[in-house]
Write a new protein. Structure first.
Length: 95
């Protein structure tokens, strides 16, 4: 599977401390193979999944052609509420 990331996810990943960045990159490699602590989201976020890496979360979607789109990432405490606000504003965090 191919992974593409929104600009927000790219900036977030660059801003992480080295140890966290290493764990996230390893989890993303696992995600490409369909492994990892993944879960389909429900409610308003139905259609998206999450990847859990300790206290961090990456919200992603899967697209035809085996493409995984990393939509939004942050710490567990704020990721879902913040991503919902972005969705309600009618703009996806891709660019």
């Amino acid at each position: 599977m191919q992974i593409s990331a929104s600009e927000q996810v790219q900036r977030w990943l660059v801003s992480l401390p080295p140890d966290s960045k290493k764990r996230v990159r390893a989890a993303l490699r696992d995600l490409q193979s369909g492994r990892g602590d993944i879960k389909a989201l429900r409610g308003e976020l139905e259609g998206f999944c999450r990847l859990r890496i300790d206290g961090l979360r990456v919200v992603y979607s899967q697209h035809p052609g085996k493409v995984i789109r990393l939509e939004y990432a942050d710490c567990r405490d704020v990721v879902y509420d913040t991503f919902l606000k972005v969705l309600h504003r009618g703009r996806m965090p891709n660019d």
